[in-house]
Design a protein around this ligand. Structure first.
Ligand SMILES: NC(=O)c1ccc[n+]([C@@H]2O[C@H](COP(=O)([O-])OP(=O)(O)OC[C@H]3O[C@@H](n4cnc5c(N)ncnc54)[C@H](OP(=O)(O)O)[C@@H]3O)[C@@H](O)[C@H]2O)c1
Length: 413
């Protein structure tokens, strides 16, 4: 068998699947009397696909060298060349949503795209469910500008199909999820850096992992790190029936707080009443909060609504309370004079983001594990309120912006 045959077979493997590749390789090796190579390859498969190919090429070179007296060095280099071109090459077609300009939901297009084999430190995923987050609409609209064209989406769950060199924490077949990293989750297959992935434990479905990992980790750091919530405190959480809101309000209650939540409709009030102590509308919400707290105000306001609620949120706080402004669902918070914080009670203001609370591998793994643990113990009951086909991502964005969604939203690849 020549080295170029090996290269061809490798390519064939990526195009047509491992099983047919193995059958073909076995046949060729028997013909050539190089059955040893097949055995070495099979051992390599137990390690991983990438190592298997490397080992096969090298052992093939050794076999050919001893059988035909060919230069081992030449064969080795040729094999390496085949491998490098293979791994640099585009090996698979997939479907992705891309934008070529910022704008309304109509700028999202379903396109066919190539996915290369995983490089060192990367993992190839076949995604099973994709999370839709409010931040995706900011990326699409240009509120958070991107270099274009660009993929969209930051969260999904999937199965590992192949791994690149040096990946030790994951293997083909593992169920994994991510919430962050480069945009591009709106896709059937994608490459991800292994250090952005977490294992999805048994007892957590693909839909829950894909639709709620980002929101669950957000709830975790908001309640346990940004402003740690304790027994006896009263808190206000805006959009209590939304994706982050549902999880955070349930968790805050578990932590012993009295939870006041705002909602935009009676339908959402019905949902939020099951886990909040008090449900109020947005109209005159600061007066309502003062009334509920006997004039004292709340220790903390978690505000993902932004522009429309900023001023009222400051008016809800007790002396030395904290406004945690973590989102812009109604638009960005306007510029303000710091002196206003002194006038309203020596208040604290922070604008946190998940990336800064999960920037090390340990923080990411621990935050995800804490969230999944709370789900598995039944402390949190995440809800996927609606799902759409990947091709209908535009509709999902419209419904999110029109406040029609409840809980988390999924795309199905
Ligand atoms: N900083 C972070 O680390 C971080 C991480 C994740 C999410 N976030 C932010 O958290 C917020 C919630 O995210 P999510 O994905 O879970 O969304 P979501 O809560 O499911 O949806 C946003 C909700 O905001 C409320 N809302 C109030 N005024 C609105 C308006 N003018 N337009 C649209 N919605 C309005 C709506 O609920 P009602 O109808 O009940 O008012 C709506 O359902 C977003 O601002 C997001 O950017 C921040």
């Amino acid at each position: 068998m020549s080295v170029s045959n090996l290269g061809l077979i490798q390519s064939w493997q990526f195009y047509h699947g491992k099983a047919r590749f193995l059958a073909c390789l076995e046949g060729l090796l028997r013909d050539d009397g190089l059955f040893t190579l097949f055995k070495v390859f099979a051992v390599g498969q137990l390690i991983n696909l990438h190592s298997a190919i490397v080992i096969s090429i090298n052992s093939g070179a050794v076999s050919l060298h001893s059988r035909y007296g060919l230069s081992f060095a030449c064969l080795f280099l040729a094999g390496l060349f085949c491998q490098l071109s293979l791994f640099k090459g585009k090996v698979m077609q997939t479907q992705v949503i891309r934008i070529h300009q910022h704008g309304d939901s109509s700028v999202m297009q379903l396109e066919t795209s190539s996915v290369a084999a995983p490089q060192a430190g990367e993992v190839l995923l076949k995604q099973t469910a994709i999370g839709v987050n409010f931040i995706d609409t900011y990326h699409r609209s240009g509120l958070y500008p991107l270099s274009l064209p660009s993929g969209l989406g930051v969260e999904a769950c999937g199965v590992v199909e192949a791994i690149g060199a040096g990946v030790t924490e994951f293997k083909p077949g593992d169920r994994v999820a991510y919430a962050g990293g480069a945009l591009g989750a709106y896709a059937v297959h994608r490459l991800m850096p292994a250090d952005k992935l977490v294992h999805v434990p048994a007892g957590v479905s693909d839909d829950i992992a894909a639709g709620t990992l980002l929101r669950g980790m957000t709830a975790q750091y908001l309640l346990k790190k940004t402003f740690p919530v304790h027994v006896g405190q009263t808190i206000l959480f805006h959009a209590a029936a939304g994706g982050v809101g549902q999880l955070a309000c349930q968790w805050a209650r578990e932590l012993g707080a009295t939870v006041i939540g705002t909602v935009g409709s009676e339908e959402k009030a019905k949902i939020a009443r099951t886990y909040c102590d008090h449900i109020i509308g947005y109209e005159h919400f600061s007066e309502q909060v003062r009334e509920i707290t006997g004039g004292k105000g709340v220790s903390v306001v978690y505000d993902g609504v932004g522009a429309d609620t900023f001023a009222g949120s400051l008016d809800c706080l007790a002396v030395r309370g904290m406004l945690v402004s973590f989102g812009n669902a109604s638009g960005p918070v306007p510029a303000f004079e710091p002196a206003i914080l002194a006038q309203k009670g020596s208040l604290f203001f922070t604008r946190p983001t998940l990336g800064h609370y999960t920037s090390t591998r340990a923080e990411l793994v621990n935050t995800a594990a804490d969230y999944f643990h709370a789900v598995r113990r039944g402390l949190l009951k995440p809800e996927v309120g609606q799902s759409y086909a990947l091709a209908d991502a535009a509709q999902a964005h419209q419904d999110l912006a029109l406040r029609k969604t409840q809980g988390s939203t999924l795309l199905r690849p």
